[in-house]
Design a binder for this molecule. Structure first.
Ligand code: F0G
Length: 357
């Protein structure tokens, strides 16, 4: 194992694909020590695993390399998904690599421009529905049942098989199990996938304990947090989820039950963060650590800042925050937060004056 490079296929014995996978060398993403932010928060062992460094710029590629490989293995001729954006971008990329057509359903007006650009450029048939993600998922589910397209949302178990490698890699990179694993939660697939992976590592005897699985949601879209906080037996859907972090604007997460198990069985936590807290952390990661992520991704680290301030976590814990998607996915939200460039006449005095020199 040690001779194989980091990445999803390093762990192929623990994945369901036989034969050659459809791959673009996903995984093997950077694990950064958040030195400056960690110092500010009083958490010396704070890490970010930058899943935005995958081929299409999000962790979805880990799921899609396995999901699309399985589609071929099962003899499927076309693939489909509903998406808040990243899943559609990733599916378009892997369907292109596999040479099969893809259909993606997006909530109209609520998908970041970089993600739509990717889905279009890689050749998916892109449909915008006048409705939210939860409705898009119901529709694509019906379409796949009636017309035989292969559904590649995270209800598809093979997607989660690929995504569980985030946990494997983190253990490999840290040389052991972190105390806490923190993920932004939307449809709740990723936190469930990482939990499953770590459980397998424990069952196989590679690790002797599990990290506290911690899920962070946006305040305007936080049904899982509510279920954990109020100790509900199951998640109650929210009808009108809203957040600047459009990637996790999901009111009825399909993997909610698995996520509750992951959080509860490991003594983990669930917390929500406001849009303001998310955007502040997006800027802090960018400016204090040099790490560019999209808003949903900043939610995991923003959640840790909040939990630390609330005294809910031990500051000596070794914590891995998954930051899930790249900054350039959502340039509009970036531009809105920043001063525009200073435009000047093309001469040196104007330059010096603009720099106050
Ligand atoms: N972060 C980003 C950047 C995402 O795109 C998503 C989900 C999540 C976090 C949450 O992951 O759903 O497994 O809990 N995006 C999906 C999509 C829903 O369609 O791209 P989750």
């Amino acid at each position: 194992w040690d001779k194989r490079p980091l990445g999803v296929w390093r762990y192929k014995e623990l994945l369901p694909v036989h034969g050659e996978p459809v791959t673009l060398q996903e995984g093997g993403t950077q694990m950064y020590h958040l030195k400056r932010l960690g110092e500010e928060m009083g958490i010396p062992h704070l890490y970010a695993k930058h899943e935005g460094m995958n081929p299409s710029g999000s962790f979805k590629d880990r799921g899609m390399t396995v999901g699309v490989s399985m589609a071929l293995q099962l003899g499927k001729k076309s693939v489909a998904c509903a998406s808040t954006g990243n899943t559609s971008a990733s599916l378009a990329v892997y369907a292109a690599k596999a040479g099969i057509p893809a259909v993606v359903l997006l909530p109209a007006g609520k998908v970041a421009v970089g993600k739509v650009a990717q889905a279009l450029m890689h050749g998916a048939k892109v449909i915008s529905i006048r409705g939210n993600f939860d409705r898009a998922l119901e529709m694509v589910h019906d379409l796949c049942l009636s017309h035989g397209l292969y559904l590649l949302n995270s209800i598809n178990p093979y997607r989660l098989e690929g995504q569980k490698t985030i946990g494997f890699e983190a253990v490999d990179q840290l040389g052991g199990v972190p105390d806490r694993f923190v993920l932004p939660v939307g449809n709740a697939g990723n936190i469930s996938a990482v939990y499953k992976g770590l459980l397998e590592l424990q069952e196989l005897g590679f690790i002797d304990r599990l990290p506290m699985m911690t899920g962070i949601q946006a305040a305007g879209s936080s049904p899982v947090v509510r279920a954990v906080r109020e100790n509900l037996p199951e998640v109650v859907p929210e009808m009108q989820p809203e957040t600047v972090a459009t990637a996790i604007r999901i009111g009825a997460p399909v993997n909610a039950e698995k996520a509750l198990t992951a959080i509860r069985k490991t003594g983990g936590l669930a917390e929500s963060v406001t849009d303001e807290e998310i955007l502040r952390m997006q800027r802090d990661l960018a400016r204090k650590e040099g790490i560019g992520v999209e808003p949903a991704s900043a939610a995991s680290v923003a959640g840790i800042r909040k939990l630390a301030e609330m005294g809910m976590i031990d500051r000596d814990e070794r914590i891995v925050c998954v930051v899930t998607g790249h900054l350039l996915k959502d340039p509009d939200t970036v531009i809105k937060q920043c001063e525009p460039p200073t435009e000047i006449d093309a001469n040196l005095p104007s330059l010096l004056s603009a720099l106050h020199l």
